[in-house]
Design a protein around this ligand. Structure first.
Ligand code: BGC
Length: 797
């Protein structure tokens, strides 16, 4: 993707409107049968083939400048004279197609030549008409029955501008892409590629091609692409290749990832059919695929005898292992790669510490986030689901912002969320709103308020709040209208509660009401940043707090329903009075002790658990939970070989084996929300709500857990913001790096016990205000560190 100037963009838009959709006549599309979910080769019959489209046009000269504007209801790749245009994958990406489709722009002069040129397109179903989600009644064709493409090519030379549009004169055929589906996989028959279809001026000899069906009507709004393109962002060699019975090869890429396998074919006889299956795990040395549910994730390649690289274009899989059947061998490590694909976000945060397990955990979280940002933030990348579940996304949003530059990606997704907003203000559970098409639940719908706030807080993108403000307010007003008492007990929709909780259930009304308070706080904080009056939302937050205390908090300041999640939420949503915080923290710690030192929350409790322990004076317990080696816990996942974060703590255990395949993703980011604690509390780098985008940073590290060194970094446009602490010989050395134009308030932990004989035990913070530069601090740190309860996180949501 390249960006044209405003005048060119306007011209391209006007031309694209004059163009037509080209594809297959939807009325001629055969009835769509779901594929057969076993290994019979019949699958190729049941999925529609990829379409090949083409036209020719003559140019007198090579244009000085040539722009292609293109989009599809489906997914496409464009070629000019046989050369692929750009490197976007799965363009135009997934938006709420009921409302809009994105348009990509490319500067293509270098691909054109005087004389006859060929413009060709590969087109497949993608999110538009392929398999999507898990609704058994309507698993494919969610938006339409068949894909179509629309494009405009504007070539400017000194003497004249020439425009080529999709429409009459375009041809359509089929060929090497026997089928291509996001969930099911792609079959590529290299021997069936029509000769010269994307390069030859004339294909009248090719029976596959006939005039394309054309439709001038726009049918949907066309928007210039917003957010990063999906691209190939990495390539992993195998770490191991094993031969399996039946001439099969099992390839381990050493990393659970999202993408596809690229095969280098060398001396593979024509007609050889190589069948690639993908899986996240092994069972008894064989690929484990039950947890993919009905996502078949099979790629098939039929060789044509030529030596070449082959990789499917219109599918993606969540996998660490690939099983190849039919490869004649030998399969050398150089013959195969896992190509990582995803929305092209970049790392802006980094984390290092003296405990390599925590470094591995942080990497696993990053892989999980990266893998689940594929046009929309998905719950999981592998099974028949891959939906933009909003609860999971809001829970991971601080961690995602700490690790990656997600603001553009989120800016795009907020439009999907708005497109899914009901007339009365309710947000959905998933965005784009499909499959789960009811209004959203507490903790899920709320992402519509929490995600823009968190992203603006982290990146300083206040424009996102401005753009989304009216929508956020409508949502909040609907919450208020439905729940006038402040207790959120109406319009709860599917009301999932503290999803995948292991412990005693937390009342759903408590979870819901805590989220109402958090949303009201976020809206008030947003209003403060955009210069609106926050009073209405502050008053609402107060009303909700009062109602919460009346319903859920006893006279002793403790909760009636004592679960880890209830305390974690009550503490972090600021629902307890400050004076009760220490006692609540002690109760929470004792609940954890009673559970054998383990967490037992679901996804909502989890995100708040370690921060709640930290702010309520139980830092030690927070570290114990984090570093606990047994199940359930992060380190138990690592010990089981996890390279991404799992959906369930017991996704696989040595004792029980796999959890139910009905719901057992090994690439699910919600439990990765602990990354937020690692960056913000352990490392100690937090954004300041009054000064977002780290214009002013709050630096308050929380050493503990036997960790002797930790460094967190954030790359900002102005330079590096970094915090590093090290403990040695009873001294804490803290080094802070602040880029030009930024400031920070640094809180240096101080512990005096044994070393200062005669002095009373002291745990405190020394505070300094610093500006651009490198700053070093030293403090005595020679005893058990137990910082007291504090409340300075409020309003940050
Ligand atoms: C998804 C979750 C999601 C949940 C809602 C699941 O199928 O994978 O991540 O939040 O449904 O109940």
């Amino acid at each position: 993707m390249t960006s044209p100037d405003a005048a060119t963009a306007a011209e391209l838009d006007a031309q694209l409107r004059r163009a037509s959709w080209v594809g297959m006549d939807p009325h001629a599309v055969p009835e769509f049968f779901p594929p057969i979910f076993d290994d019979r080769p019949g699958i190729a019959r049941d999925l529609p083939p990829g379409r090949l489209l083409r036209t020719t046009f003559a140019l007198d000269v090579v244009p000085d400048e040539a722009w292609l504007a293109a989009t599809a209801r489906g997914v496409y790749r464009a070629f000019l004279n046989g050369v692929r245009v750009g490197d976007d994958e799965l363009a135009p990406g997934w938006t709420d197609y009921r409302h809009r489709v994105h348009v990509q722009h490319h500067e293509v002069a270098a691909l054109l030549r005087p004389g006859v040129n060929v413009w060709a397109v590969e087109l497949a179903d993608g999110w538009w008409s392929g398999y999507l989600g898990m609704d058994r009644r309507h698993q494919a064709g969610v938006y339409g029955d068949t894909p179509s493409f629309r494009g405009a090519l504007v070539c400017r030379a000194a003497e004249r501008t020439q425009t080529v549009l999709t429409g009459e004169g375009w041809l359509i055929g089929t060929g090497h892409i026997r089928y291509a589906d996001l969930l099911m996989g792609q079959m590529t028959d290299l021997s069936a590629e029509p000769l010269g279809w994307s390069t030859a001026p004339d294909v009248s000899h090719l029976a596959e091609f006939a005039p394309a069906w054309c439709d001038e009507a726009l049918g949907v709004r066309l928007d210039p692409q917003r957010g990063p393109s999906i691209r190939a962002t990495g390539s992993l060699p195998p770490v191991r290749i094993d031969a399996l019975p039946g001439g099969r090869h099992l390839v381990d890429f050493g990393q659970n990832l999202v993408g596809r396998v690229r095969l280098q074919l060398r001396s593979v006889p024509p007609g050889t059919r190589i069948h690639i299956r993908h899986g996240e795990a092994l069972s008894d040395g064989e690929l484990y695929t039950e947890n993919l549910r009905t996502a078949r994730a099979h790629d098939i390649i039929v060789a044509d005898g030529a030596d070449r690289d082959v990789e499917p274009a219109f599918t993606f899989h969540g996998f660490r292992y690939a099983e190849l059947r039919g490869h004649p061998g030998p399969l050398e490590p150089d013959d195969i790669r896992a190509i990582v694909i995803g929305s092209d976000v970049h790392r802006v945060g980094s984390f290092a510490c003296s405990d390599p397990r925590l470094e591995q955990l942080e990497r696993n979280i990053a892989w999980t986030i990266r893998g689940n940002l594929v046009s929309v933030p998905t719950d999981c990348p592998q099974r028949d689901e891959r939906l933009g579940w909003m609860g999971d996304a809001q829970l991971i949003m601080r961690t995602a912002n700490a690790q990656f530059d997600v603001a553009e990606f989120i800016g795009k997704w907020l439009v999907d969320i708005r497109d899914g907003q009901s007339e009365d203000g309710a947000y959905p559970d998933v965005a784009p709103r499909i499959v789960v098409d009811v209004d959203g639940s507490p903790g899920w719908a709320d992402a519509g308020v929490l995600v823009p706030w968190t992203t603006a807080l982290y990146t300083g993108r206040i424009d996102l709040l401005e753009e989304h403000r009216e929508s956020m307010e409508r949502f909040m007003s609907s919450l208020e209208r439905d729940n006038p008492s402040g207790i959120r007990e109406h319009a709860l929709q599917r009301n999932y509660g503290d999803w995948v909780s292991l412990g005693p259930p937390t009342p759903k009304t408590l979870v819901a009401t805590a989220y109402s308070a958090r949303c009201a706080d976020a809206l008030a904080a947003s209003a403060r940043l955009t210069g609106e009056d926050p009073a209405r939302w502050e008053a609402l937050a107060d009303r909700i707090r009062t109602a919460f205390r009346g319903r859920f908090v006893g006279d002793d300041g403790l909760l009636h329903d004592e679960t880890q999640t209830a305390y974690a939420l009550a503490i972090m949503c600021g629902l307890l009075s400050e004076g009760d915080l220490g006692r609540a923290g002690a109760r929470l710690a004792s609940l954890i002790d009673a559970a054998g030192g383990a967490l037992d929350t679901g996804i909502h409790g989890l995100r708040h658990l370690l921060p709640a322990l930290t702010v309520s004076g139980q830092l030690d317990c927070a570290y114990r939970v984090l570093l606990r080696e047994g199940h359930p816990g992060w380190l138990a996942q690592l010990a089981a070989g996890a390279t991404t974060v799992w959906e369930r703590w017991d996704g696989w255990t040595p004792e029980q084996g796999f959890q139910t395949p009905a719901m057992n993703s090994f690439n699910h980011y919600a439990f990765g929300s602990v990354g937020e604690w690692m960056y913000e509390w352990m490392g100690g780098l937090r954004p300041d709500p009054a000064s977002p985008g780290f214009a002013h940073a709050v630096i308050r590290p929380h050493p503990g857990g036997g960790v002797t060194h930790c460094r967190v970094e954030r790359t900002l446009p102005a330079g590096m913001l970094a915090v590093e602490w090290r403990i040695r010989d009873g001294v804490l050395r803290l080094e802070v790096e602040v880029p030009p134009g930024h400031t920070a308030r640094v809180h240096v932990p101080v512990v005096h016990t044994r070393a200062t004989a005669g002095e009373a035990e002291r745990h405190s913070w020394d505070t300094y205000d610093v500006q651009h530069g490198r700053h070093r601090f030293e403090s005595p740190f020679d005893g058990d560190w137990a910082p007291a309860a504090r409340v300075d996180w409020r309003g940050e949501a």
